[in-house]
Design a protein around this ligand. Structure first.
Ligand SMILES: Cc1cc2nc3c(=O)[nH]c(=O)nc-3n(C[C@H](O)[C@H](O)[C@H](O)COP(=O)(O)OP(=O)(O)OC[C@H]3O[C@@H](n4cnc5c(N)ncnc54)[C@H](O)[C@@H]3O)c2cc1C
Length: 371
């Protein structure tokens, strides 16, 4: 079987690495740097209590993968302990309770008092926080180590990586596909659409089912840590209604307004209005005076309407596989989702460890939107 994977962000790199070895795979990427778009712009948090239920299952199912890293591919440890604290201010108590109830039984997740929240993050304003939920299972991720590790594993399994190659046309050839860039042609029995914010565009090239996928801009920036605080030991602090977050980041603090502004597929840049909003929300919740932004960026998180990933063969177009809609969780669930995608393509069995956690492939099927 010959497979072309379009897009070498974390989605394309991880599924290509899972497939290579057993089948022939070309991984085709339009940029010179495979992490140039969303994958290289994340906040690098592994948060098993974040996202819809199927995302949380896939995130938890990815954990054993991280602890069994093969040193040939992954030179750095990918996960380091951090913790995540979801906070409520006055009036948000019901949202916090709903969030906690939605977690189901999970020994890592507990409701904590306002006093404990202030103790864990000493720069939280005393008059701001009224309650919190702590997830001790949240961790810092080394996204580059994970992404580069997948690319290395792919190449060692004889996969062929083609950077600077934008797919412009996909045509039927016999029972398969002819995938064309400006200067090359690739034959494929199966095309895997891992094009991130451009996934809908790739779908249109083959006349696939229209999937409601929307790229949404998210802004992030770093600021100096306040002097005289042990800020690098703070957990990630996330507003329970997702209006902002703050987390330690390599000696600084990473902050975001948790924006989700619909966008066309593009090289996203931060908007001044979102930067100003971030500063306003962060200064309201924390004893911080943001006087200098050290770095700022934005990236597109691409969501299906139900915020669940899209992973499976298109019912209407033979040999066309969707691997898109990773939203705000594409790194933390990459190992398990890539195993699922690879099993579906090879008509193999989805690992029982993933199914046993309650995963059902219908939850991520592209055909769930057909009705
Ligand atoms: C600010 C921010 C914070 C985030 N924080 C987290 C976090 O803490 N934890 C987490 O798990 N996730 C986080 N995410 C989400 C995560 O980054 C994404 O889910 C993930 O990177 C999506 O990966 P992808 O491979 O689908 O997309 P991308 O990385 O965008 O890869 C798609 C690739 O397809 C290529 N491509 C597109 N069209 C073509 C074409 N025609 N031909 C060839 N190649 C093409 C693009 O160049 C691109 O490289 C965050 C995202 C942002 C923006």
């Amino acid at each position: 079987m010959k497979i072309v994977v379009i897009g070498a962000g974390i989605a394309g790199a991880s599924i290509a690495a899972e497939l290579a070895g057993s089948v022939s795979v070309d991984l085709v990427e339009m940029e010179s740097q495979p992490g140039y778009h969303t994958t290289g712009r994340s906040a690098a948090l592994y948060a098993p209590s974040y996202g819809p239920q199927v995302v949380r299952v896939l995130t938890k199912a990815s954990l054993p993968f991280f602890s069994r890293l093969n040193p040939t591919f992954w030179l750095n440890q990918v996960l380091l302990p951090r913790g995540a604290m979801f906070i409520a201010t006055k009036g948000q108590e019901a949202s916090l309770q709903r969030l906690y109830a939605d977690m189901g039984p999970n020994p890592d997740v507990t409701l904590i008092s306002r006093e404990e929240a202030l103790m864990r993050c000493s720069i939280l304003r005393e008059d701001y926080v009224s309650g919190a939920m702590l997830d001790v299972g949240a961790m810092d991720m080394d996204v580059s180590a994970l992404h580069q590790g997948y690319l290395k594993r792919f190449k060692l399994a004889n996969g062929s990586f083609w950077p600077n190659a934008r797919v412009e046309q996909i045509q039927r050839k016999g029972n398969g596909w002819l995938v064309s860039t400006a200067s090359q042609e690739f034959f494929a029995d199966v095309v895997v659409n891992a094009a991130g914010a451009w996934a809908s565009h790739i779908g249109k090239l083959v006349g696939a089912s229209p999937i409601p996928l929307t790229p949404k801009r998210r802004t992030a920036m770093t600021i100096d840590s306040p002097s005289g605080t042990d800020s690098q030991s703070f957990p990630a602090v996330i507003d329970c209604e997702e209006d902002f977050y703050l987390r330690p980041d390599a000696g600084r603090l990473l902050i975001s307004p948790a924006d989700e502004t619909p966008s066309v597929a593009c090289d996203a840049q931060p908007e001044e209005v979102d930067v100003a909003l971030t500063v306003e929300r962060i200064q309201a919740a924390f004893e911080l005076k943001v006087s200098k932004i050290r770095s700022k960026w934005a990236g597109l998180r691409t969501f299906a309407a139900d915020k669940q990933p899209v992973c499976g063969f298109d019912d209407r177009v033979d040999g066309f596989f969707w691997f898109a809609g990773q939203g705000g969780y594409g790194i933390q669930m990459a190992p398990a989702l890539a195993q699922v995608g690879s099993a579906l393509i090879r008509e193999g069995a989805i690992p029982s460890a993933i199914l046993d956690m309650g995963f059902n492939p219908n939850q991520v099927s592209p055909n769930r939107f057909a009705a």
